[in-house]
Design a protein. Structure first.
Ligand code: ACO
Length: 332
């Protein structure tokens, strides 16, 4: 049992326990500056903001914010700019990237902030309040790359509602995963669930429970379950399974009486991105203040880079800074 307030307090406490340096490239966004101010007030993370120093300080004064403890980096004029562009050109030379093109890309805060994380000058990046998911995560996909043993980046949401915490994935990145990719998403999502205190009971969701229905998309899920079984993973999983059978013990008794996961699932792997993205948003919007959706948490990356929804509130940004810091602690 966990309430939204308890979950949020715990998240902030986890971040505070070992402060990390988080870079926020969108220094011209008011919500980002407000979140930076609150993060610093709570002493939850050290903040680096990209942008013009005078413009950011002027905006902070106008908004009544104290950003005196933030490190402001005017990346366009930073002494490191040329080194970062050189590194990008070197890392992407097999893709035909020239130094001139790399310099142009480095003017984009998402590239510069991601390079700070790559270089270890920052521990994590949070961006996307004013940019699309693709714009925000492409630099990380291109040169931060996946962590050892992983081949895929996916996006999970921590969903806190009805006094419980659940994890949903993939809700953000891979439009049509293969069975192999679904199985990998399951393994990484179980790890994410553990990081936030859950003992994963994972449901591979489908419109079929057991053998109740047939079809190519059910076959895809069945194969993902088979592949996961072959991996001898250290968490409980079930699939294919419908959402009702996954969460409701009474339905589970009828549909899958011998399953330890059915009726008690807390981690949900959706068969493809449309379903995952629609379901998390539907629950979030239907429950309003009775649901907290935190994410997307980009899982599988070598270093933490996280994307904000363009509709992100100041509170969403603070929560994203917090879980980015929690991931960064793990890497350190
Ligand atoms: N995991 C790991 N690496 C990946 C992944 C992945 N899931 N996807 C792409 N890559 C790598 C590629 O291998 C490639 O590497 P390379 O250049 O070194 O060869 C690099 O990333 C770029 O790949 P592209 O396919 O060219 O990248 P593109 O930028 O076109 O697409 C993206 C990647 C952005 C993730 C795309 O799949 C996408 O747009 N997904 C949907 C995102 C989205 O809109 N989500 C919904 C909104 S989020 C929300 O509502 C919370």
């Amino acid at each position: 049992m966990v309430t939204i307030a308890e979950f949020e307090n715990d998240l902030i406490a986890k971040a505070k326990a070992n402060k990390q340096r988080i870079v926020l490239p969108e220094g011209n966004c008011e919500r980002v500056l407000r979140a930076a101010d609150e993060t610093l007030k709570q002493d939850m993370a050290d903040i680096i903001i990209l942008g013009n120093h005078d413009a950011i300080q002027a905006k902070a004064t106008e908004l009544g914010l104290d950003l005196s403890r933030a490190k402001i980096v005017d990346h366009l004029n930073a002494p490191e700019f040329e080194d970062y562009a050189n590194t990008l050109a070197e890392l992407r030379k097999a893709k035909g990237l020239t130094l001139e093109e790399a310099r142009d890309m480095m003017k984009d805060g998402a590239y510069y902030g991601t390079m700070m994380v790559y270089k270890g000058v920052a521990d994590g990046m949070v961006s996307g309040a004013e940019h699309t998911t693709a714009n925000t995560i492409r630099p990380a996909l291109q040169f931060v790359k996946t962590k050892p043993g992983a081949t895929l980046v996916s996006g999970a949401f921590l969903m806190c509602y009805n006094n419980q915490l659940q994890v949903f994935a993939d809700c953000a990145v891979t439009p049509n995963p293969t069975s192999e990719q679904l199985s990998e998403i399951a393994v990484t999502t179980a790890e994410t669930a553990r990081l936030f205190g859950l003992d994963p009971k994972l449901a591979f969701l489908s419109y079929s429970t057991g053998t109740s229905s047939k079809g190519p998309s059910v076959d895809l899920v069945n194969e993902a379950v088979r592949l996961t079984r072959e991996k001898n993973v250290d968490f409980a999983f079930e699939g294919p399974i419908q959402f009702d059978a996954a969460v409701d013990p009474e339905v589970a008794k009828t549909k899958l009486p011998n399953s330890s996961v059915a009726g008690h699932a807390n981690v949900f792997v959706f068969p493809e991105l449309n379903t995952g993205n629609c379901c998390y948003k539907a629950i979030q919007r239907a429950l309003g203040d009775n649901c907290l959706a935190v994410g997307p948490i980009l899982q599988g990356l070598n270093k933490p880079v996280n994307d904000l929804s363009r509709g992100a509130t100041v509170k969403d940004i603070i929560n994203t800074i917090a879980f980015t810091a929690v991931f960064a602690q793990k890497k350190g």
